[in-house]
Write a protein that binds this ligand. Sequence first.
Ligand SMILES: Nc1nc(=O)c2c([nH]1)NC[C@@H]1CN(c3ccc(C(=O)N[C@@H](CCC(=O)O)C(=O)O)cc3)CN21
Ligand SMILES: CC(C)C(=O)C(=O)O
Ligand SMILES: [Mg+2]
Length: 283
Amino acid sequence: MGVTRRTLEKKKSQGEKIAMVTAYDFPAAKIAEEAGAEILLVGDSLGMVVLGYESTIPVTLDDMLHHTKAVTRATKQSMVIADLPFLTAHLPTMEVLKSAGKLMQEGLAYGVKIEGGEPVLDKIRTLTDAGIPVMGHLGLTPQSVNQLGGYIIQGKEEPTVKRLLSEAKAVEEAGAFGLVLECVPEELAEEITKSLSIPVIGIGAGRYTDGQVLVLHDLLGMGGEWSPSFVKRFASVGDTMKNGLEKYVSEVKNKTFPTEEHVIHLREEVKLALYGGRGNGTS
Ligand SMILES: Nc1nc(=O)c2c([nH]1)NC[C@@H]1CN(c3ccc(C(=O)N[C@@H](CCC(=O)O)C(=O)O)cc3)CN21
Ligand SMILES: CC(C)C(=O)C(=O)O
Ligand SMILES: [Mg+2]
C-alpha cells in the first residue's frame, strides 16, 4: 500500500518528522524513494528547475501529467503528490475535478496540492468529497508571484499572521489531508502546526513543522548558482556532473575514449569474407 494519509497522521501524532522532496523524473524518484522520503512532490517548480522558465506560471496541466507519470512509474512506497498548476484551481468546479482527476487516473498520483486559502476552499471541499486527497499550500505561494510583488516572506505582520492562522484552519476544515507552509516565520509555523491535526510540512518555515520539503535540485546542488536562503545544500551533484562531462569531452577530443574494451568487432570469418587478407583500411 505504501505511504498513505494515515501513515502521515500517525507520524505527526508520534512526533516523527516527515521528509518530502520534489521529484520530476524516473531516476530521481527511484533514488528519493530508496533514500526514505515519505512524500515525493511533482512540484510545478519543475517549470523553473527542469524546463527553464522564470516562474511557475507557464507550467501546464500536460507538463504536470508528463512528469507525474514518470515519477509514479518509479515509486512503490512513497506518496506522490502533484501540484495543480497556475489557474487550474480557479476554473469552474467541473474543470478542477477533471484536472485533478487526470493527475490521479492518468498520472497515478496519490493526490494533488493546491496553492491558496480562502479563494480555493470550496474547490478543496469538492475534490475531497470526490475522493481526491488534497494538500493545501499557504504562505509564499509562487503561482501568485506577480500579485505578491516577488518571492517575499509572508506572515511578518500581525494582520497577516492572524489571516494565515485562520486560513490554515479553514484549509483543514475544507478537508485537506496536509498543508505546505512556505517562507513564513518559525513562530507562526509552529502555532499553525500545533493548531492543526493534519500534518504541516514546511519549506523556509523553521524547525517545528511536522516535516520539511525542499526542491531536489536545490538540496543536491544541481541547480544554478541561485537558491532561496532557506535551502541547505547536502551534496554537490552539479559539480560532479560537470567534472564527469569535462573528462568525457576531453577523452573524446584526445582519443582516449573509446578504447578496445568499448569496441564491437566483426567475427574473424566475416572479416575474412569481406576483406580477405586486405584489411578494411582502418585497422
Ligand atoms: N529551485 C527552486 N527552489 C524553490 O524552492 C522554488 C523554486 N525553484 N521555484 C518555485 C518556488 C519559488 N520559491 C522561492 C523563490 C524565491 C524565494 C526567495 O527569494 N526568498 C527570499 C526571501 C525574500 C524576502 O526577504 O522576503 C530568500 O532569501 O529566501 C523563495 C522561494 C520556492 N520554489
Ligand atoms: C516548493 C514546493 C512546496 C512546491 O510547491 C514546488 O516544488 O512546486
Ligand atoms: Mg509548487
